[in-house]
Design a protein around this ligand. Sequence first.
Ligand code: TYM
Length: 329
Amino acid sequence: MDIVLSGIRPTGKLHLGNYFGAMKNFIKMQEENTCFFFIADYHSLTTHPTPEDLHGSVKHVLAEYLACGLDPEKSTIYIQSDVPEIPELYLLLNMNAYMGELERCTSFKDMIRKQPDNVNAGLLTYPTLMAADILIHRSHKVPVGKDQEQHLEMTRTFANRFNRIYNVNYFPEPVAYNFGEELVKIPGLDGTGKMGKSEDNGVFLADDVDTIRKKVMRAVTDSGPTEPNQPKPDAIQNLFTLMKAVSTPDTYSFFDEKYNTCQIRYGDLKKQLAEDIIKITSPIRENIEGILEDNEYLRKVAKMGAEKARESATMTIRDVRRIIGFRQF
Ligand code: TYM
């Protein structure tokens, strides 16, 4: 049986990228594997949230996990900062992580650009913390979006390096996973890059119906194709990629055909896209609202998750300490 693990940073509400990149695969996998799904609250400290924002986001994301269908009886659902074995493994892995490789990491370079006044050591060592998250349960498969591919590659490097230095075969090589298919990158609505947390570009699982319709109708388009089978410009391709994720294959083909024959009406496409998004998010949104009010349930889930996660993490740390040479007199 595979050990499957994934996590999301609590830096706001979950969007469709989080859902299709990580959550949806994970929900399918929890039926047949040993699954860990956590809230990466230590990771979110790299951007310096206020205590209120930190707590609020952790609570919201936990409710969203449950609302999407993560089952605390089938999966271990926990908050990263409840498991002190993770920062211990992070410290140990950092001893064999090198400045050069950390500085070359694309996400580090992106963050230097995004927050030049806050280039902290946590950003530099983000990949070792992520490796610790994954290796603490000796995971095999990590359902994530395309943007996390390089972090998984670094995790394999750290795992292999540990095995080599200590001449053991202890850590497996975890792979970024999407049911044997390509990893996905869900685009934003602003015609540029991937969907993220910004209001203009993301559709959140917690958005109400009107908000979703407004956001989708505002999505960037152009004046339409002028010749049959013209390649789609980025902004248009993005809408089609979103449609591929949320709509039926027939709906997708219908609009693709309209585009290729220059009969496309973007207004119709957007209306359909909005309704198909709403079909997926509405039941989740209703669940979120109910679960958020049930503090007692959230507390119970977090406590049970922390206990189960620590049970597995403690075994790994015990082994790792012994392998490294920490021994009792
Ligand atoms: P984060 O919080 O940025 O995103 C959480 C998950 O959502 C996926 N994702 C996307 N997938 C497709 N299209 C998008 N537009 C999109 N946006 C986000 C991400 O790929 C990710 O799977 N470093 C991680 C959190 C993390 C983690 C881990 C993940 C910490 N430790 C260990 C897996 C294993 C992150 O920042 O994801």
